[in-house]
Design a protein around this ligand. Structure first.
Ligand code: GDP
Length: 334
């Protein structure tokens, strides 16, 4: 298995040419390489990403989150259709490290966005599954770069607003949109406060029918809640609005706010500063991951650790000294 080399691979140049021409079939095949765990594919993926890098980045990257059932798929479909009408090319990706557990929970069912998926100007790619959040983030991040190189100028990255993947998505997007529901009991509905703090915009979805009054009340509540958070470095004050994805109400308002945000952060320099910061952090995240794997994956270290654990519980060595000793031993192995 280790030396297995899939036969249906193209040359790196063929992938790059196809992507730069905006050819969706080649784009999809290249994303499959990015998602692959085969060593030969990993090498090929690095080469493709490296070569398309100068053509990436020319987009607005939007993270969208909210608890299951809030209406993310419905919203993204009408939002995507709206953006295409405005002349944009939209790529929709998802990040869901828990997809092993809840297979197909987000975007798994493409038919939920059938109208959008049928358009040439829209590209929908369901979640890359993976064991670690770091791995999934890498794959989604590189997929995003490929989509940009293929000419998609709005990237929507969807995530389920219940776990830590929001931080990962926030770390790779320019604008973070949180979808909420009115009157679902708890004011924050299981959305962790940290996620609220990351939001550049909160949209109360399902503001239709008898839900309208409650949605307007919720809007005021969230406006108050957001007010107490410290001002964001971007200089942007988070906005709260209501929408009905199903009735196609309040959708253009979301895009208008995103454009206002973009103008502000372009003018004050935050857009570029944040992008640069994200790129650098992306590298450090990978270094941290690799170092951890190098350390904990070593057989000697594993053995030594279990003996140190014993020494610690029998008070033979202090935890701090134990940590120092094993790091020293690790250093010697180079
Ligand atoms: P997701 O799990 O967040 O992706 O949510 P879905 O988009 O699958 O929507 C969950 C349910 O809410 C579906 O039955 C949708 O038809 C419904 N829904 C989505 N948006 C709206 C809306 O604006 N108003 C109403 N009344 N229902 C909606």
């Amino acid at each position: 298995m280790k030396n297995y080399k899939p036969k249906n691979r193209l040359t790196p140049e063929a992938y790059i040419d196809g992507i730069l021409k905006g050819d969706r079939v080649t784009l999809s095949r290249a994303i499959t390489i990015i998602e692959s765990n085969l060593e030969s594919d990993k090498k090929l993926a690095k080469e493709i990403v490296q070569k398309i890098l100068p053509s990436s980045g020319k987009s607005i990257r939007i993270g969208i989150t909210g608890v299951p059932g809030v209406g993310k798929s419905t919203f993204i479909e009408v939002f995507g259709l709206y953006l295409v009408k405005q002349g944009h090319r939209v790529a929709i990706l998802s990040i869901d490290p828990s997809s092993q557990r809840s297979k197909g929970s987000i975007l798994g069912d493409k038919t939920r966005m059938e109208d959008l998926a049928n358009l040439e100007e829209a590209y929908i790619r369901p979640s890359a599954s993976g064991d670690t959040l770091g791995g999934v983030s890498n794959k989604t991040g590189e997929t995003m770069l490929l989509c940009e190189a293929a000419g998609y100028d709005v990237i929507l990255i969807e995530t389920v607003g219940v776990g830590q993947s929001e931080t990962a998505v926030h770390g790779m997007t320019d604008f973070f949109l949180l979808l909420m529901l009115a009157g679902a009991g708890d004011e924050l509905q299981g959305i962790k406060k940290g996620i609220m703090e990351m939001a550049d915009m909160v949209v109360i979805n399902k503001a239709d029918g008898e839900n309208i009054t409650m949605s307007n009340m919720a809007k005021r509540q969230y406006q108050n809640a957001l007010h107490i958070f410290p001002a964001s470095e971007s200089g942007w004050r988070p906005v709260v609005s209501t929408a009905s994805a199903i009735k196609n109400i309040g959708i253009s308002k979301v895009w208008d706010e995103i454009l206002k945000f973009k103008t502000l952060v372009d003018d004050n320099g935050y857009f570029l500063k944040n992008r640069n910061h994200q790129q650098i952090k992306w590298m450090y995240n990978n270094i941290n991951e690799e170092l951890k794997q190098l350390f904990y994956g070593s057989k000697n270290i594993k053995n030594e650790l279990s003996s140190l654990e014993n020494d610690i519980v029998t008070n033979k060595i202090s935890p701090v000294k134990a940590a120092q000793e094993i790091i020293e031993q690790f250093k010697k192995s180079f």
